[in-house]
Design a protein around this ligand. Structure first.
Ligand code: MG
Length: 318
């Protein structure tokens, strides 16, 4: 009998029945003041991982990988980084392939009750293309509470004034089809000038948040303070990308600075995502090239940044 009980317990544990079902639990998200909240209006914090560029690592854009990240890594949100420019075979060159990559991720997120960010992964502005894309996505997926739109990964050269015009156009288009899902908007200088947003946020829309990105080895106290000041001014901040490495995505890993970031985000109830599920020979890539495309991933194919990230997710998402 004892053996049977132990065996049943082992089976239950291996099925990870203790992983939470984020969308079942929190439903349709909303923003109240600076805070991301669940359907009932209770503050929540989403914590998850970003897939790498779809056009470099299409192999990780599959349904099973989403399931692995939710069930084994405890991610409550997964970001699909749809490469729009820069790297070849991007969305502008090949939209059909981009959709073939991101749609299975969106559909798996819906099936597995996990939130998904559809990230327009660009560094320059392409207003008309973004408007068409998000219009189509909102028509198809806006009814699902799982979906979060990210309008512009990391602007580099654009002023906040021009970004506000861009955001206004795209948000207006999304809201024709989807009145309520969360929309994330980037800010100047690789999503670091959140103080410019705080001086002049968008007006007339609901459920909008602003993204801040950091890489723990490069960005330290000044950027943490900038985030805190923005939140205290009532700006809803979402860290839709971050890394334990230098800003290049490579170089030294700084777990101490990462912990300071996490402590600050947890204190402010700011949601966060780590970059990335990919297998490049650089320190922010979480997996080795010999890792399979779907998971589950054994210890020996997960790199240090991956182990740290998985550890943070397992610790905080419970
Ligand atoms: Mg909706």
């Amino acid at each position: 009998m004892k053996k049977i009980i132990l065996l049943s317990l082992a089976i239950l544990l291996s099925a990870n029945i203790f992983a939470i079902d984020p969308v079942k639990q929190w439903g349709q998200l909303q923003v109240k003041g600076a805070q991301l909240c669940d359907q009932q209006g209770n503050p929540i914090v989403l914590r998850g991982v970003s897939l790498g560029w779809h056009n470099i690592w299409p192999r990780f854009y599959n349904k099973k990988a989403v399931k692995t990240l939710k069930n084994d890594w405890n991610a409550t949100v997964i970001r699909a980084a749809m490469g729009v420019t820069t790297v070849e075979d991007n969305y502008l060159e090949n939209p059909t392939f981009a959709l073939q990559c991101i749609e299975p991720v969106i559909q798996a997120a819906i099936k597995n009750n996990v939130y998904v960010i559809i990230d327009w992964h660009a560094h320059e502005m392409h207003t008309q293309k973004a408007k068409e894309f998000f219009g189509k996505i909102a028509q198809k997926y806006g009814k699902y509470p799982h979906v979060i739109y990210e309008l512009y990964n990391e602007p580099v050269e654009d002023s906040w004034e021009s970004l506000k015009q861009y955001a206004t156009e795209i948000i207006t288009e999304i809201r024709r089809y989807d009145p309520d899902n969360i929309i994330l908007m980037g800010c100047p200088h690789w999503d670091q000038d959140i103080h410019l947003v705080a001086e002049s946020p968008l007006k007339g829309f609901t459920n909008i948040m602003y993204t801040l990105h950091f890489y723990a080895s490069t960005h330290k106290e000044y950027l943490r303070d900038r985030m805190e000041e923005a939140v205290k001014k009532g700006i809803p901040v979402f860290v839709s990308e971050s890394g334990v490495t230098e800003a290049s995505g490579d170089g030294k890993i700084d777990p101490e600075s990462q912990q300071l970031w996490i402590d600050r985000m947890e204190k402010l109830k700011v949601s966060w995502i780590c970059w990335s599920i990919s297998d490049k020979n650089e320190s922010c890539s979480m997996l080795l090239p010999r890792a399979n495309s779907t998971g589950p991933w054994p210890e020996d194919v997960i790199k240090r940044s991956g182990k740290l990230t998985r550890g943070y997710l397992q610790k905080y998402n419970k």
